[in-house]
Design a binder for this molecule. Structure first.
Ligand SMILES: [Zn+2]
Length: 87
């Protein structure tokens, strides 16, 4: 059930799952080294930074599930892209 939350992400590695009395905290990391640019279609492997984002709030078996993704921000590899960044 939990993994449906990741179905739209290609390469996610779960690093840590912490189960507490009322919450389940899942820390995950995006492991892809490159990503297609939505602006010009180039494939970029120029990592520009990282970001955290809460992915979903779910409830499983009465526990609140908090998923946090550590993702990568990529920089468009095409000069015409205007240093566009995307995730
Ligand atoms: Zn691009």
């Amino acid at each position: 059930m939990l993994w449906t939350a990741f179905s739209h992400l290609k390469s996610v590695a779960v690093e840590e799952i912490t189960v507490e009395e009322i919450t389940v905290a899942v820390a995950a990391r995006v492991v892809s080294r490159e990503a297609p640019c939505p602006g010009c279609g180039c494939t970029s492997s120029r990592i520009h930074g990282r970001y955290h984002r809460p992915l979903a709030d779910l409830a499983v078996a009465g526990r609140k599930v908090v998923i946090e993704i550590l993702g990568r921000r990529f920089l468009c590899g095409t000069p015409e892209g205007g240093r566009r960044t995307f995730v």
